[in-house]
Design a protein around this ligand. Sequence first.
Ligand code: TEU
Length: 564
Amino acid sequence: MNKTWWKEAVVYQIYPRSFMDSDGDGVGDLRGITSRLDYLKELGVDVIWLSPVYQSPNDDNGYDISDYQAIMEEFGTMEDFDEMLAAIHERGMKLVMDLVVNHTSDEHAWFVESRKSKDNPYRDYYMWREGKDGKEPNNWGSCFSGSAWEYDQTTDMYYLHLFSKKQPDLNWDNPKVRAEVFSMMNWWCEKGIDGFRMDVISLISKEPGLPDGVMAPGALYAGCPCANGPRVHEYLQEMNREVLSRFDLMTVGECAGVTIDEAKKYASLDGRELNMVFQFEHVELDNGDFGKWTDRRVSLKDFKETMSRWQTELAGAAWNSLFLGNHDQPRSVSRFGCDAPEYREVCAKMLATCLHMMQGTPYVYQGEELGMTNCPFETVADLRDIESINAYAELTEAGKIAPEDMMRFLRMRSRDNARTPMQWDDSENAGFTKGIPWIMVNPNYVDINAGQERRDPDSVFSYYKKLIALRKQEKVIVYGSYRLLEPEREDLYVYTRTLDAEKLLVVCNFTKEETQYHIPEAYRAGTVLIGNRDRKRLEGEMRLQPYEALVIKIIDESAKETHE
Ligand code: TEU
């Protein structure tokens, strides 16, 4: 099999605004990151994915870029960036930057020019269209509520923005746009970065004619049918020729709406496009009539089916990324498990075991290694995320969801749950800032923080260290084939990994109830590789504790001859 560093790596995502503030302005920054690199080295991660740090008015917290080759003032200077990059490399780690090129900020020089006149040289850098019957050019809705079109009086036309109106979509059909993006990417690669996470890269090629989308019953707008557009693979293959193939990079595409067949193209093993993709099926299983704004819980059977399909159908054709949380998702222990004090730690360890024993590159989102939880936001005034604030306004004002229900949904699903400050210790503001934090600190920082967990051998942090170390020592975790067992059970997630004679049995109890499990005969003589309960020996008929996770390893001598 084709062994490569990014297949064997564990990636840690930093949301810089909330990671560590070094200058007391209440906002995280690059020098703050540099001051915490030894923590990441101790955790054992190999790659850091850094959410955007470029110049931005922060309408969407840096995902609205006004200058791709300058550092956001709140985050520091380019010298601070260079020092951080050198410090990351000195520790044997790598840095993957967040590439946001489906859109820019409306304050980017290209857009400032583009909106000046219909014949401006930059006009076609963006998607401008005439209105239709006095309305928007089509029925597409923005991901951040409202129409995906903004009327611009200067030229009496509309521009497309799949996200906020301050995030105008770039026109990727324009070869000048592609050339500008590739030139910028080469500039960052020549500075020595080690890869890119590509923001909504599956949306860059729009259907010619921008046809209306399908309106769901009761919806105010149609979803935008832009995922996996007609020329997206052509553009990524061009990007690969012009940039990616020239350096030893790790590339992961954030591919909203990606299917397995499409993923086989984006992340094909022939390396013509990207190394891997983020798919979102497993984090949309609990969506309802108003998308994520619901209190529905994902069913374990659906979760197992989805994860297993991606494990088995990509195997040998493309490479998986593995995540349960990121800066856009609620905290994984709250969403997929239980964050009540009596279960939080064992549950966080179980979820980590379930994910990290799969095939693919695992991503740890900042604070996930501590078992950080969702935040008890009281009112919408506690929120900072444009998606959450706009959804609250749109859905409550339209009478679609009652305010108190929407606050409950926000406490469960708002992106701000993942954006409260990293909890470093039990000092004021969790050691994140000496100033006033830009967003509230989760009050439970006094009990959940890195300082305490680094000293506790039984903490979630210490468990993640063991998990990550295991991936380095056990090649079966990286390269073994995956097979789901017990598909019908709604309490247990059981699967095996096999690499020649080495076999793992992974057993995870996703409930707060004790349950029985009949261990397959072959594994009863195995060794416990890792577990979140103090289990010394294996019995055939096992009583699993609430949220118990267990990984058993055997060497199957008979398999040595017959490769599975
Ligand atoms: O996210 C893409 C996206 O669709 C998000 O809106 C996310 O899937 C959704 O919020 C989940 O409910 C990327 C970035 O990760 C996100 O932070 C940006 O806001 C967005 O693109 C626009 O750049």
